[in-house]
Design a protein. Structure first.
Length: 366
């Protein structure tokens, strides 16, 4: 089966520069979508076909479409950034393409070839490049996703799927500066178990997280921290972001630890990029494990000095304070840590083209 090329059928009435300008002045997050979308169909026996870029529009689907009932669906998230020379570049789209294939395998879905995934993202960014914001900290967020489109309620893998890419302009996640978050250690709910779907980017993981997030909010916390499902003590992730722990005080050699990928964590592209960037900056970097008792004890002892979360949406976010049913504690003075902010800056400078890109992470679109 051959890889299809994307047929371009752009909109004959895209929004005016004035309408776009009004949206870009206050884009919010995931509220206003660009003028186009890409869609590619997959059918058993035929493979990928009917790849096209079309005007953004609602879908009409049968009520018995499998996805609506059995959640055979996966997604990705990546960003396109305006570069100083006026061009646009996406950050590591090949890494998202590979993770999308891994998610597809776990969910018994067809694997979209990585070059087609990247070509679909490129086509959308090229046609909607006027939607890439250029204010500080903003970017065009791309949402590739795929879902089962077969109609029928028998439980088995669908024999047809729709892959799509849509995009929205995203303001800086935290307007007015980087604000540390407070976290709730979830001991009632778990996100993932070994053998489950924790390492796949699939909608069901998110649906299952909402009650825990509501519980965290009920305890006055911004985000939930997930612990391992067996012993309920090994730290895994925060909401939909990976976590990093920074040891050592200012002036000392810093050591940075992130929970290892045990199969229950989502392997973040940001997490992976920071492993490399932190080494480049001379930090001792480790993938390992940390328990909630270690976390509390090492903060009290002053050896664990900063904690931060990372992901495409919010880049790097300091964790200011922690609460559980039994205890609560604060990191340093509760403000953003020095290492946290240094790593954040280093990553953002690569993404926005203000620093060199020695690892070839930026995919330039001209
Ligand atoms: C997407 C996601 C992340 C972050 O991944 P990035 O590739 O860095 O954006 C972390 N945890 C979960 C559960 C996620 O879904």
């Amino acid at each position: 089966m051959t890889t299809p090329t994307i047929v371009l059928k752009p909109s004959s009435n895209p929004r005016s520069a004035a309408e776009r300008g009004a949206i870009l002045a206050d884009p919010g997050y995931g509220r206003h979508f660009t003028d186009h979308m890409v869609q590619i169909r997959w059918t058993e026996g035929r493979g990928w076909h009917d790849a096209e870029l079309v005007p953004y529009a609602p879908l009409s689907i049968d009520p018995a479409t499998m996805t609506l009932h059995y959640a055979q669906t996966i997604f990705e998230g990546l960003k396109a950034y305006k570069q100083p020379d006026g061009t646009v570049a996406t950050f590591r789209p090949d890494a998202n393409a590979e993770r999308f294939r891994a998610s597809a395998r776990r969910m018994a879905m067809p694997e979209l070839p990585a070059d087609l995934f990247v070509a679909a993202c490129d086509a959308l960014v090229e046609h909607d490049r006027a939607w890439v914001p250029d204010t500080d900290g903003s970017a065009l967020y791309l949402r590739p996703f795929m879902f089962a489109t077969e109609v029928g309620l028998g439980v088995r893998p669908s024999n047809e799927f729709l892959f799509m890419v849509i995009a929205f302009p995203a303001a800086a996640y935290f307007a007015g500066g980087v604000k540390p978050v407070s976290v709730w250690l979830s001991e009632d709910y778990v996100r993932a178990v070994k053998g489950g779907t924790g390492s796949a980017k699939t909608g069901g993981n998110y649906a299952a997280s909402l009650a825990a997030q509501a519980q965290a909010a009920g305890h006055g916390c911004d985000q939930v921290v997930w612990l391992d499902a067996v012993e309920r003590r090994w730290v895994e992730e925060m909401g939909a972001m990976n976590l990093y722990f920074v040891y050592g005080a200012e002036g000392e050699r810093r050591r940075i630890l992130t929970p290892e990928l045990t199969g229950t964590l989502l392997p973040g592209v940001t997490r992976d990029s920071l492993l490399t960037l932190a080494r480049d900056l001379g930090y001792v970097v480790e993938e390992g494990r940390i328990s909630t008792e270690d976390w509390q004890r090492d903060v009290a002892a002053g050896t664990l000095t900063e904690v931060f979360a990372c992901g495409t949406a919010a880049v790097v976010t300091p964790v200011g304070s922690v609460k559980s049913a039994k205890a609560s504690w604060v990191h340093g003075d509760g403000g953003p840590g020095e290492v946290t902010m240094r790593l954040r800056k280093a990553l953002v400078e690569v993404q926005t083209g203000r620093a060199a890109d020695p690892h070839g992470w930026m995919h330039r679109l001209g």
